[in-house]
Design a protein. Structure first.
Length: 517
């Protein structure tokens, strides 16, 4: 029996069960709910999908089993207008069903999924709104108690973060630990062929709640730290089943990103060829074509492979200066997010005891290098990072978040689609957009003046700029009186001969911004 279509649309992506069943906003979720076989193992025994069509555009979307004889097919319409659909299934009860719905304009706050920009190095929502990544990591927050999850969401509501890295499989003590049906009391007593819909139903609720806050869910599909349960060590057939299931279940939510592995190279049961294969499976199972990455501990994956949309990198040293940050971008030839650069906190581990100034400093160096940086913190009375924001979420303790909120405002006021490194190899340490916008960040140095020498040649525009001095730690912007009118300095540089320098306060964490007037 066809139960009908429901809409998980709107800014909050909340199911609308009583009304609007024939209308779904653009980039929302149109869901078809069907009744079918419940005996045996429906996840393996039954296939179901639907072909969605509009004006010659056709997308085939796989469905999934949600328990108790219920099957769901979720589709996020990319364009407004009338869409029709028809199901195909190995079960007669699910096959040949059809219907239609109207895709309407998106509601306020719905900018669509995040994509890589045309220049290849930045991000924007589908409607063209720039996405300035200020991400954080809470590995198993979604697997904690409802009360703990609510606390995490309350923290995020006033935090600057617009992306959350989160694991499907637990990596620290958690309430929800069994994505597969248990067969006994031991950690290894579970059946990879029998996915537990209740676990994934609970997890998707957390994805939806992040979406309501405007936060991207960067879903980590595998990692090596699941307390010896072995979820990341499954056979190829079991991996394929799992990936197809999560793609069908989560892929229509517009705030979903895929991270194939966290510290993938520490999972010794999989080779690079295995990871390549799994990316192929995921890509084929995801008609919505969400962003895809993989994250290393030591051995870099080749981010130039076509199924990788952006580089997710662990490297704390690369963003202690803008030069190595820009170098990563040059090799990846794609957007780079340094998702792990050491963590602010008091952990007894060397990777979790960075001070807040050091973390904020890394964000600024990454920005000048044309890349993006990620946050997390490990504060815990017992110095145990498992029971911190990094591991379980909850409340933020550190002092970096307000400074990252300030940085995000600086980014949002900057050029579109994002900050570009400017002649990095010649030691300028400038980011921005040539001849229009410049940022110079001094980090831990404490200069008392800066020579305003900008790269430029004879045929380049010699513009006039206003300047601001930015205190990145105290979060102030102080305008510099007057303007700087550029003239030729030599064959390679412009300056203002009447104002060759800017006086600076001689403090750490200072930046200068020049904007064309």
């Amino acid at each position: 029996m066809l139960k009908g279509a429901i809409v998980l649309g709107g800014a909050a992506a909340t199911p609308a069960l009583a009304a609007g069943r024939d209308r779904t906003e653009r980039w929302g979720v149109h869901e078809i709910v069907l009744s079918g076989p419940s005996t045996g193992n429906p996840i393996d025994d039954v296939t179901v999908s639907a072909a969605f069509e509009r004006d010659g555009n056709r997308l085939v979307v796989p469905g999934f089993y949600d328990g108790d004889g219920t099957y769901r097919i979720r589709f996020s319409p990319p364009d407004v207008g009338q869409w029709t659909w028809k199901t195909s299934s190995s079960s007669a009860a699910l096959n040949g069903r059809s219907g239609a719905f109207q895709c309407v304009a998106p509601s306020s706050g719905n900018h669509g999924p995040v994509r890589v920009t045309a220049d290849g190095y930045h991000f924007a929502y589908a409607d063209g709104t720039p996405f300035r990544q200020i991400g954080t990591t809470c590995y198993s927050w979604a697997l904690q108690s409802d009360a703990m999850c609510a606390q995490t969401l309350a923290t995020l509501r006033t935090a600057p973060f617009n992306k959350m890295r989160m694991c499907v499989f637990p990596n620290v003590p958690s309430v929800a630990t069994n994505p597969f049906v248990k067969t006994g009391p031991g950690l290894h007593d579970w059946d990879p062929k029998r996915i537990d819909p209740a676990f994934f139903r609970r997890f998707e609720d957390r994805i939806v709640r992040l979406g309501a806050l405007g936060i991207e869910a960067d879903i980590i599909l595998y990692h090596p730290y699941d307390e010896k349960r072995g979820y990341s060590d499954m056979s190829r057939a079991d991996d394929e089943r799992y990936l197809r299931y999560v793609a069908a279940r989560f892929g229509a939510f517009r705030n979903v990103w895929w991270s194939m592995g966290n510290e993938y190279d520490a999972i010794k049961t999989k080779t690079v060829a295995d990871w390549d294969h799994l990316f192929g499976v995921l890509q084929a199972a995801d008609p919505h074509d969400r962003l895809r990455s993989i994250h290393q501990i030591i051995v870099y994956y080749d981010h130039r492979k076509p199924w990788i949309t952006h580089a997710s990198v662990q490297n704390g040293s690369a963003v202690t200066d803008d030069v190595p940050a820009q170098l990563h971008r040059s090799f990846a030839l794609k957007p780079v997010i340094f998702d792990e650069v050491l963590y602010e906190g008091n952990s007894d581990k060397r990777w979790g005891r960075l001070d807040s100034q050091g973390l904020v400093d890394r964000f600024w160096h990454g920005l000048i290098g044309g890349t993006y940086v990620g946050h997390s913190e490990t504060f815990n009375p017992d110095r145990n990072a498992d029971f911190s924001w990094l591991g379980q979420g909850g409340k933020l303790v550190g002092t970096s978040a307000p400074r990252l909120a300030f940085l995000r405002k600086i980014m949002e006021a900057g050029p579109t689609p994002g900050i570009e490194p400017i002649q990095t190899w010649w030691g300028y340490h400038l980011g921005g957009k040539e001849f229009e916008y410049y940022l110079r960040y001094f980090g831990a140095d404490q200069p008392t003046e800066w020579a305003v020498n900008l790269p430029g040649r004879d045929k380049d525009p010699r513009n006039t700029y206003r300047a601001d001095i930015i205190d990145t730690w105290n979060m102030t912007v102080t305008p510099v009186e007057g303007t700087f009118r550029m003239a030729k300095r030599d064959a390679y540089e412009f300056h203002d001969p009447d104002r060759p320098t800017i006086k600076l306060p001689g403090k750490k964490w200072t930046a200068v911004r020049l904007v064309k007037v």
